[in-house]
Design a protein around this ligand. Structure first.
Ligand SMILES: Cc1ncc(COP(=O)(O)O)c(C=O)c1O
Length: 391
């Protein structure tokens, strides 16, 4: 059965971070939420069925990943990215943010330098700061239309600050880049040469638009696999974030042991059984659902591009190559960041992620989550264009 992504599902009153906690986060309660990165779609039917089956079993004791679990994960990465991984590279963790924090503690000491490429997913910066590491920023270059990497700045800052760990966002949230082979190899070569460990966050790997291919960083050169921790999860792909399951691949044994040691120290042991069940079902049966979803997201993106071009040309869509998060350049609106935020909240009545949350280079932008039924997206765009008339 074709999934019905047009269905508007009421998420209010479901403990939804996106829908139910506006007041606690200082926002009015009647905004349309298009911020945090989960989708307003039901997971694949096979996932729900597998969870129902487990729920009916009725016993929810301590659980561990079994052979079928590892096989489903390995098959997914082989099929989707031609990446052959071994079971013993896989470390299960309750989320990628958790894993990034663990990597920061495992591979660096207090005071060490950790590099990120802002504007970027905000927990990258928190993972360094919360653990008393020095945050070094290789800001992405924006030419008014697209983003690229300043490799000279990247290498210079690594050397000057003795960077120990680089957290790569690939594909990149929020600027939507799907890094090319050339870019990844240049980054990797510098990290190998300078002895920098790479945490490659590839949680958005399944979301690329036509003409762009996600490449697994660790698979590009054997020496990259030796310095790399690859963060993956079915949570973005199949909308399972609340089930808290992620698969971290570490080929290098010494790195893997250090990482596992930190996880053990944090007191995390067994995985959430519902997360295990959902991951297997999603990876075994979810591919055609994903293809349908990608078509739907492409059509949402096409709609936004055409709508803004015609009705709100003062806002520029930074053309995404991947992810369902779009990055809007609002600089031509001529508002400072506080007023820009007020515009989206008070006038357009939308709850978005302000660009400044993503750090350096985020001012003047906003991030919109387009993984919602088209009718919601149409209304949101209308609210923006109408509000612009009274600016
Ligand atoms: C780049 C990136 N990494 C990690 C996460 C969150 O991962 P998790 O929910 O597994 O902690 C997100 C969610 O938006 C993300 O965009």
């Amino acid at each position: 059965m074709e999934p019905d992504f047009d269905e508007v599902i009421n998420r209010v009153g479901t403990n939804s971070l996106k829908f139910d906690f506006a007041r606690q986060r200082g926002k009015p309660e009647d905004l349309t939420p298009m911020w945090v990165a989960d989708m307003d779609f039901k997971a694949p039917e096979e996932v729900t069925k597998a969870l129902e089956h487990k729920a009916r079993h009725g016993v929810f004791g301590y659980s561990e990943p079994d052979e079928r679990y590892y096989q489903s994960v390995k098959d997914w990465f082989r099929k989707r990215f031609e990446w052959g991984v071994e079971s013993d590279w896989i470390v299960v963790a309750p989320g990628l943010v958790y894993a990034i924090y663990a990597a920061v503690r495992a591979f660096t000491e207090a005071g060490d330098a950790v590099m990120i490429q802002q504007p970027v997913y905000y927990p990258f910066a928190s993972a360094a700061r919360d653990n008393d590491r020095r945050l070094i920023i290789n800001e992405l270059s924006y030419d008014g239309a697209a983003y690229s990497i300043d490799f000279d700045d990247f290498e210079r800052k690594i050397v000057e600050n003795d960077v120990k760990l680089f957290i790569l966002c690939s594909p990149h949230n929020p600027v939507g880049r799907v890094w090319t082979r050339d870019e990844l190899i240049r980054l990797g070569d510098i990290c190998v040469k300078r002895g920098v460990i790479v945490f490659s966050d590839e949680i958005h790997a399944d979301f690329t638009y036509d003409g762009h291919e996600h490449l697994v960083f660790a698979d590009l050169k054997p020496e990259f696999a030796e310095i790399c921790v690859t963060g993956t999860s079915p949570s973005k792909t199949f909308n399972l974030a609340g089930l808290q399951i992620s698969n971290i691949f570490i080929r290098n044994k010494a790195l893997r042991l250090k990482f596992k040691q930190d996880i053990r120290r944090s007191g995390y042991g067994q995985a959430n059984v519902m997360g295990l069940v959902a991951c297997v079902a999603a990876y075994e049966f979810g591919e055609s659902w994903l293809f349908a979803l990608r078509r739907y997201l492409t059509s949402n993106l096409n709609f936004v591009r055409a709508y803004l071009g015609e009705k709100a040309p003062v806002i520029r869509l930074v053309e995404p190559e991947g992810t369902y998060l779009i990055w809007l350049d609002c600089k031509k609106m001529g508002l400072n960041d506080k007023r820009l935020d007020e515009f989206f909240v008070k006038k357009a009545r939308l709850w978005l992620d302000e660009g400044t949350m993503f750090g350096a280079g985020g001012g003047g932008f906003t991030r919109v989550n387009i993984a919602c039924p088209k009718s919601i997206l149409e209304r949101a765009m209308f609210q923006i264009s109408e509000s612009l008339k009274n600016l």
